[in-house]
Design a protein around this ligand. Structure first.
Ligand code: NAG
Ligand code: NAG
Length: 777
């Protein structure tokens, strides 16, 4: 006991927020705060680079980490570095160029030391790339005056003369991140159309700490982001200065946290969507905040279906939100505004052409909506264009200013390289075959709380539970993989945890970023992550995951690919896990950009064949909170999310898909229901997976969700009649839940209470999807 208090004291001495250590950590010199000297480069630049791609044909020669300067870039603000950067991006026969749809075999970090890199044409990004700038001193990509190309960073290039063909399928453009970069378009003449990022991406993607500088001249044709399609995704801590558009975006769904737009004509132009959540928006000195193309109530005219905005601060901008079509007495694009502060914004909500729907001024909007509202078990809708239910937000979910708490992906910018320990340097192999269980456990036992633990790129095969003590900070490299296999995970009657995040009832910091957790089939008894740790008092978000994902099957090394698990087969060897993520009773969790995906197609086979892989359950939360979920979970057999006795959850944007094979077999097959895990009961009437199932849970706020059911036994005829399944989202009568901005696809009932359908989709047509604007218990 004495020893442990001494550690806490030391931690305080070092000036850090004290870490609370869980049992099991024998840390001898607490990490404390970062000790990097002002002039030091970011540790990621100087750490020994020994990351590999375990299943690449040549793991010893394939280079994961690429410093653009090693490829000839100068970063001197004068030299044209385009060719050098593109060479850093593409070398090593990577996946891209139009001949490869996806691959997990060629991951890369393209790293930019601080400096100014002149580019004269697009940086075309390959699949599975993290572009990372020095986090201490973010570098600038300076577009030259004569820049020619679609965008400075292009995540899905169009093939020249390809009649619209692109390098990647927009809905499958996974595993991308851009961080710590300033993109400067201001050398390009303001009248010339110029784009910072063409960000046409899907799940497991992020933009973090990105700034785009643009012309503020009148008639400027610059824009920060252009995104016309995709199935995203997360972006946060992004700033756009100047331009015609800060961002111009269309994508099925997206979560945006902490967006700032200054001095643009239009901060956000919405092209189309099924649903987006904006959490924390600052708009200064624009003409229009959100300009939304709306009114697409039929599939053919699909436009912005729903926008949910929370915690916006808008100043000196004539119009905050403007839609293209008036929503007079009927749904023409759903809108939710919550905790919006306006200063000198005459029109809060208006319609192109002048109509004011909601006057602004200098005022606060607590909770306002436009769309169809429901309560309780009544299936009758009320069209609202005014104040709507205001969910009471538990203070544990809020920051000091009353906004939903948010925490940036930790990058440990001020830490010295000596404060990082590499698991490969400590004996783990990460080669996809050596059993690394003991080596990894030893690293945690020895260094949790003493060092930041770096998982060099690789696939770490483990055969038993790995216990991560509270106090641990883990960073992967281009999504390092923990691959669990063997007989311990083989029995669904005796589920076994792969990653235990914190001992039961532990408190402390536990941060995981840039990791993937996966299994080797069959693993029907694997609980991939059991999350037990709770934030110490006064340290919101201390326990969380950022850009870290659970991926089951569909990749080399999992034994669950097209050869073993082709679509339509029901093979016991294709059971990938019992449960993806279990948030236990005493835990809290901040999950940002967490994608829990049972592969529906093979990422490493040409033409991306569909697969039949079975994961019992997605996310089970029994946590009393606080829990922030900015993530998605898809394709599990029984449910995607099951909340049981849960409290104080913020969920947005939450995206799910029902498994494509159902109802052949119908759930729970090929699993059994297990009352110890509080599984829903399935009947002949309920023959498809639940997207979200809520039992005895309080203070649950769903702020933007997309629950999709696209198939029945791989056929899509049911989409035309919106009958792929009957019910998808159930809340029991003992729960208190507030739902905002829920869009569904293919389900008759959008929301059920006690397994009785309540909200029928037939009133809520909103394009390809149906949207209900608010529901409360
Ligand atoms: C929001 O983003 C800005 C710019 O990256 C950053 O300075 C600020 O700390 C972020 N705020 C939060 C609450 O994450
Ligand atoms: C493949 C695809 O969905 N393409 C669409 C991308 O977005 C543009 C602009 O909205 C559409 O015109 C394309 O059809």
């Amino acid at each position: 006991m004495l020893f442990r208090s001494a550690l806490l004291f030391l931690g305080t001495l070092f000036g850090a927020t004290p870490l609370v250590y869980g049992l099991g950590s024998s840390c001898s010199a607490p990490l404390g705060s970062g000790t990097a000297a002002a002039g030091d480069p970011y540790w990621l630049e100087t750490i020994t680079h020994q990351g590999t791609s375990a299943f690449n044909a040549n793991p010893s020669s394939y280079q994961v980490f690429r410093n653009v300067k090693d490829f000839g870039a100068k970063g001197d603000g004068v030299t044209d570095d385009t060719a050098a950067i593109n060479s850093a991006m593409s070398s090593g026969s990577r996946c891209g160029g139009g001949s490869c749809e996806s691959s997990t075999l060629t991951p890369a970090i393209v790293y930019f030391p601080s400096g100014t890199y002149v580019v004269s044409s697009a940086i075309n990004t390959y699949y599975y790339t993290q572009m990372i700038g020095d986090a201490k001193n973010p570098p600038t990509l300076l577009a030259s005056a004569g820049f020619s190309g679609f965008a400075v960073i292009d995540a899905d290039p169009y093939i020249p003369n390809g009649y619209g063909a692109q390098w990647f399928t927009n809905q499958d453009n996974f595993y991308r991140s851009v961080r710590n970069l300033v993109i400067d378009l201001r050398q390009i003449p303001s009248a010339t159309s110029a784009i910072g990022l063409h960000w046409q991406v899907s799940q497991a993607t992020s933009l973090i700490n990105v700034v785009v500088e643009m012309s503020t001249a009148s008639g400027t044709n610059h824009q920060g982001i252009f995104m016309e399609n995709g199935s995203g995704g997360f972006m946060g801590d992004i700033v756009f200065n100047g331009g015609k558009y800060g961002i111009q975006v269309g994508n099925q769904q997206f979560t945006v946290r902490n967006l700032t737009v200054n001095n643009a004509n239009t901060a956000v132009y919405g092209i189309w969507n099924w649903g987006w959540t904006f959490q924390g928006v600052t708009i200064n000195n624009c003409q229009v905040g959100f300009d939304l193309s709306t009114g697409g109530t039929t599939q053919a005219s699909q436009t912005v279906g729903s926008e949910a905005i929370v915690d916006a601060v808008v100043s000196n901008t004539p119009i905050f939100v403007r839609s293209s079509v008036a929503s007079n007495g009927q749904l023409a694009g759903s809108l939710v505004l919550n905790n919006i502060h306006l200063t000198n914004v005459p029109t809060a909500v208006g319609v192109v052409g002048g109509t004011t729907v909601l006057a602004g001024g200098t005022t606060t909007i607590a909770s306002w909506g436009q769309g169809n509202i429901y309560t309780g078990t009544s299936g009758s809708k009320t069209f609202a264009q005014g104040n709507i239910v205001s969910a009471s937000k538990p203070s544990s979910l809020l920051d000091a200013s009353g906004k939903i708490f948010g925490k940036t992906h930790p990058q440990y910018a001020n830490y010295a390289t000596s404060q990082i320990v590499s698991v490969k340097s400590q004996g783990a192999k990460g080669d996809g075959k050596t059993d690394d269980t003991a080596a990894i456990q030893n690293v945690f036992n020895k260094y949790a709380g003493c060092k930041i633990i770096f998982f060099d790129a690789g696939s770490y095969y483990v055969t038993n539970t790995i216990s991560i003590p509270a106090g641990t900070q883990i960073v992967g490299e281009a999504w390092s993989v923990i691959l669990a296999g063997g007989s311990n995970f083989n029995n669904q009657d005796n589920p076994t945890v792969v990653i235990q995040a914190g001992a039961a009832n532990s408190q402390g910091v536990l941060e995981i970023s840039d990791m993937i957790f996966s299994t080797v089939g069959p693993a029907p008894g694997a609980i991939v992550i059991e999350w037990n740790v709770h934030d110490p008092s006064g340290q919101q978000g201390a326990a969380g995951m950022w850009d870290s994902h659970i991926r089951l099957g569909g990749a080399t090394g999992t034994g669950m690919q097209n050869a073993e698990c082709p679509s339509g087969s029901v093979n016991a060897n294709c059971q990938a896990a019992f449960l993806g993520l279990h948030l236990t009773t005493a835990s809290s969790a901040y999950l940002e950009g967490t994608w829990i995906w049972t592969a529906d197609h093979d990422l490493d086979a040409s033409s991306s064949p569909q697969l039949s892989i079975f994961t019992g359950r997605g996310v089970l939360s029994q946590s009393s909170g606080p829990v922030w979920m900015i993530g998605t979970s898809e394709h599990s057999t029984l449910y995607q999310y099951n909340l049981v006795d849960a409290q104080n959850h913020w969920m947005g944007f939450t995206q799910t898909e029902t498994p494509y094979y159902q109802p052949v077999p119908a759930p729970p097959a090929p699993f059994f229901t297990d009352s110890a895990y509080r599984d829903p009961i399935f009947t002949s009437a309920i023959n498809m997976a639940w997207a979200l199932y809520v039992q005895s849970s309080q203070n649950i706020i769903l702020f933007g969700a997309g629950f999709y059911s696209f198939f029945q036994n791989y056929g899509q005829d049911c989409l035309d009649t919106i009958s792929c399944q009957t019910q998808i989202f159930n809340i029991d009568s003992a729960s208190s839940v507030t739902v905002y901005s829920l869009s569904t696809v293919g389900t008759t009932y959008q929301l059920s209470v006690s397994q009785n359908g309540v909200v029928n989709e037939n009133n809520n047509g909103d394009g390809f999807q149906e949207t209900l604007t608010a529901w409360s218990s």
